[in-house]
Design a binder for this molecule. Structure first.
Ligand SMILES: *[C@@H]1O[C@H](CO)[C@@H](O)[C@H](O)[C@H]1NC(C)=O
Ligand SMILES: *[C@@H]1O[C@H](CO)[C@@H](O)[C@H](O)[C@H]1NC(C)=O
Ligand SMILES: *[C@@H]1O[C@H](CO)[C@@H](O)[C@H](O)[C@H]1NC(C)=O
Length: 215
């Protein structure tokens, strides 16, 4: 009935806008990160601009209007799951998911989103494990995984002819995975890692410890 009325109105008014159907996308972003984690809120203006431009163009999705429904995951796995449940439960029905920006949030969402047959598009989550298509079959991303940077690290070490190095990393899946990949890469290059120090929140202690150990 509602559709019929809308159709009738559109014929009467003959406006372009009401012929367009809305494509609802569930968006995940990290805004409130006072507890911890990476804040992706700065990406929001770029996404808003892209949506505005696509909606105004006649050559991309001419008969649809994109609308993104945002949820804050706070760069937390718990809030990410809460956000996913809210996206699924609350109308309108979402046809795809965008984000989350932070890997800590993106991994649990990507592990479950395929059960609802939802394509999920990442815009900054860089965890290497998100490339695993058996676990995250419908997750895709516009950015490269973190391990890409290892190539640059290896070239830098080669450039300065450094053969013995120490690694300091945060104890997060994202960096642990990248580190594992770096180790294999360095072995092939003949560079030895003399010590690896991990920290959870504050790197000060491990840096001090490293200086003591090396000197
Ligand atoms: C941010 O999130 C924390 C919980 O993670 C909450 O206690 C706090 O009130 C939130 N801040 C704002 C400004 O919403
Ligand atoms: C929409 O597109 C028209 C035609 O290309 C352009 O003149 C106008 O400035 C655009 N509006 C926005 C808000 O981008
Ligand atoms: C958009 O709608 C018009 C009018 O109904 C139709 O002629 C055209 O083929 C549609 N374009 C696409 C890409 O679906």
């Amino acid at each position: 009935m509602e559709l019929l009325l809308k159709g009738l109105l559109c014929v009467l008014l003959n406006t372009v806008t009401c012929e367009k159907s809305v494509v609802h996308i569930g968006g995940f972003i990290e805004v409130n990160t006072t507890d911890k984690g990476w804040n992706s809120a700065g990406i929001r203006p770029a996404i808003d601009l892209a949506v505005k431009q696509i909606n105004n163009r006649t050559d991309i999705l001419p008969n649809h209007t994109i609308e993104i429904h945002w949820k804050d995951t706070k760069c937390s796995d718990a809030y990410a799951i809460k956000a996913l449940i809210e996206q699924l439960r609350k109308p309108p029905t979402k046809v795809a998911l965008l984000g989350p920006g932070c890997s800590i949030s993106a991994v649990p969402v990507a592990a479950a989103s395929h059960f609802w047959n939802l394509i999920q598009m990442g815009y900054s989550a860089a965890s290497p494990r998100l490339s695993d298509k058996t676990r995250y079959p419908l997750f895709f991303r516009i950015n490269a995984p973190e391990i890409i940077l290892n190539k640059a690290v290896a070239s830098l070490l080669r450039r300065f002819d450094w053969k013995r190095i120490a690694v300091v990393k945060q104890d997060e899946d994202l960096f642990n995975d990248a580190h594992e990949h770096l180790q294999t890469m360095l072995k092939a290059e003949g560079i030895s890692v003399i010590v690896t120090n991990s920290f959870v929140k504050d790197p000060d202690n491990v840096i001090t410890d490293l200086k003591v150990r090396i000197t």
